[in-house]
Every structure is written in structure tokens, then in C-alpha cells.
Ligand binder design. Structure first.
Ligand code: GTP
Length: 332
């Protein structure tokens, strides 16, 4: 089975990290987010993935130079301009010549969903499209559905006003589509799958949903990107775990590291403390610095204190300074 994976967004919420690395290439537990996603699709029977890219394909091509990620064949569809989610699916599917049932996945979703079960449910429903659904406490920031007993979706409301949500079941960002869905998307046009295509499918009664209680995180938000990493240190995930400290990192013997991921080639100097944080490849933490609940790609100076913050590749936290709730450098 083939899958289209949407990886062309700007990743604005994860700036400044995404100013040097596209969001799907950011590591989760020392591996690019996209590699973990492709592994999951492969476990569910996907053998070929088409990456729907809006811009800058180079980092992906460099990361997977032989066009494979594990056993999965990767192809690239680069849009001339960002076409939004449905436009991107149509563009990528046309480029790959998709003419059979296929899977679609948002590139920033980390989940333990069994994709084969979603495909089986889709076939059982006789659906034109089937969405993976997850129940959440506050659904208002997501696409929320009204789900009938027989699995049919009778309403899909994108980001409803709080208090007006039809249920607590949200679009979890993995779909199974029949090729007929593609005919509903004008080629080359900027179209949203959530605001446009799903509405037409609901109108025709051909959109279905399968709710599960699998692990699920939208890793496109800073606090959830951090959680998606740290969850690999616990038993939160069904298949995935990782080591806290990369073998290529250098951590001073008297530094304290608690519930944190220390990435490739990171240096943590003497007396530093790193708690509930993710240090991305090549980050440098100075002597006696304290880093809490933060994401760091750049440099944290000696004796600095960084809390609830993000430091991009060019970011420098000056020696002895204090930063709370900051993005460094401030995204332009
Ligand atoms: P933010 O800017 O932080 O909202 O992130 P984003 O740009 O990734 O947007 P969002 O998380 O809403 O997008 C959902 C998924 O669709 C992500 O996997 C994006 O990479 C992808 N995506 C969004 N817009 C486009 C587009 O125009 N083209 C392609 N190919 N993918 C897109």
C-alpha cells in the first residue's frame, strides 16, 4: 500500500527550531520525526511513501540519499507553491500515479495507531474516506466530528468555538482514502482537506471515522514536541523507546541530567543541570548552567538559567543571564 505524508508546512509554532531544520526532520528520540512515522506506516503494511513537500526538499534527500527509509521506498513531490493540505495530497498522488486505496498522514503526528486496523475498518465501512479519531479533553483547537453508531461522520467542524463542539472526538491526522477523493480536489489549487474536502464527503455520507485510545501527540507544538521526545524515556509508547544520552554526546561527570534527551554531539559542561528538556544535536550547555523544560539547539552560556524556552541553532543565551518563556533568537 502507498501513503502520502504531508511534510510541507512552515512549522511556525516550532520556530526558531524550524528556521534551520524542517519540522519533520527534527529529532524525536535521536531519530527524525519522519523516520519514526514511516516506521509506523511500514508496520501497518505501507511499502511506499510519497513525501508531499512544499519547499526545501534538500534536507530530506540528504537524510535518505538512497530513497529508502528502512524497507520503505520514498519518493518526493515538491509543490511549486504551498497548496495547503488537500492541494498537496492531490499534487503528490498525481505525481506518484496513485490509483488505488491509499493512506494519508500528517507529518507531525506521533501515534501508536495500527494503520492496518484503520485500513481494515475503512474496507468494512465501504467508505470513500476514513479518519483516525482520538478523544481529547479540549477538542476546540482541532477538527471535531459528530460520529454515528455505524461509524459514519455526520459533521466535521474545524476548530469550533469552545462549548459548541459536537463531541470530544478529533481528527487525529491519519486517513485512508479511495482514489475518488482526489477527483474532489481541483488540481493545482490551494485547498484545505479539513475545511473543503471533508465537508463534501460529509455531505455525500461517505466519510467515516475509527476512534481509538492509542498514544497520540501533535508534535507540532513546542510543549508537545518536548513531550513526544520525553515519552520515549518511559513506558508511554507501545513500540518505541530511546536512550536518554546519545553515545556521541559529552556530558561532564558532575553534570545533572534528569528526564531529558541529550542529542548527538551535544556538550554539557561541568556542574550544569538539565531537567525535563531536549537538547538537539550540537547544542552546548555551559558550566553550572540550568536548563529546565526547554528545547535547545544553540548555546546556553555558563551560569545561565533557561526555563520553558526554545533556543534555535543560531541562539545564544549569554553567560549568567536568565530566560523564561523565551524563543531565542526571536523569530522574525
Ligand atoms: P504550523 O506553521 O506551526 O501551524 O505548522 P504546519 O505548517 O506544519 O501546519 P499544520 O501543522 O497545520 O499542518 C499539518 C500538516 O500538513 C503538517 O504535516 C504540515 O507539514 C502539512 N502541510 C500544511 N500545509 C501544507 C502545504 O501547503 N503543503 C504540504 N505539502 N504540506 C502541508
Amino acid at each position: 500500500m502507498r501513503a502520502v505524508v504531508l511534510v510541507g508546512g512552515f512549522g511556525t509554532r516550532l520556530r526558531p527550531l524550524t528556521q534551520s531544520v524542517p519540522k519533520p526532520m527534527l529529532p524525536i528520540g535521536h531519530r527524525p520525526m519522519i523516520a519514526r512515522l514511516v516506521d509506523r506506516l511500514a508496520r501497518g503494511g505501507v511499502t511506499e511513501v510519497v513525501l508531499a513537500l512544499g519547499f526545501r526538499p534538500e534536507p530530506f534527500i540528504e537524510a535518505f540519499p538512497d530513497g529508502r527509509c528502512g524497507e520503505v521506498e520514498l519518493t518526493y513531490a515538491v509543490e511549486p507553491e504551498p497548496l495547503d493540505t488537500a492541494g498537496a495530497i492531490r499534487f503528490a498522488a498525481d505525481a506518484a500515479g496513485i490509483d488505488d486505496t491509499f493512506v494519508v498522514a500528517n507529518g507531525d503526528v506521533m501515534t501508536d495507531l495500527d494503520v492496518a486496523a484503520l485500513v481494515a475498518a475503512h474496507r468494512g465501512f465501504g467508505a470513500e474516506a476514513t479518519l483516525h479519531l482520538i478523544g481529547v479533553d479540549d477538542p476546540s483547537a482541532f477538527g471535531v466530528v459528530d460520529l454515528s453508531e455505524d461509524g459514519r461522520i455526520s459533521a466535521f467542524v474545524e476548530k469550533p468555538t469552545p462549548g459548541t463542539e459536537p463531541s470530544n472526538l478529533i481528527n487525529a491526522g491519519t486517513y485512508v482514502f479511495e482514489p475518488s477523493v482526489l477527483d474532489r480536489i481541483v488540481p493545482g489549487a490551494k485547498v484545505s482537506v479539513e475545511r473543503d474536502t471533508f465537508q463534501h464527503l460529509v455531505g455525500d455520507g461517505t466519510l467515516y471515522g475509527m476512534a481509538t485510545d492509542d498514544y497520540w501527540i501533535d508534535a507540532g507544538r513546542p510543549e508537545l514536541y518536548r513531550a513526544a521526545n520525553l515519552d520515549l524515556l518511559s513506558d508511554a509508547r507501545r513500540f518505541d523507546r530511546c536512550e536518554a544520552v546519545s553515545p556521541s554526546a559529552t556530558v561532564a561527570p558532575d553534570a545533572t541530567v534528569r528526564n531529558s534527551i541529550i542529542g548527538d554531539h551535544v556538550v554539557v559542561a561541568a556542574g550544569a543541570t538539565v531537567v525535563d528538556s531536549v537538547l538537539l544535536p550540537h547544542a552546548r550547555i555551559g558550566g553550572r548552567a540550568v536548563v529546565e523544560r526547554s528545547l535547545v539547539m544553540g548555546v546556553v552560556g555558563a551560569d545561565a538559567r533557561l526555563t520553558d524556552s526554545m533556543v534555535g541553532a543560531d541562539g545564544i543565551v549569554d553567560d549568567g543571564s536568565v530566560a523564561v518563556g523565551m524563543a531565542i533568537p526571536e523569530p522574525s
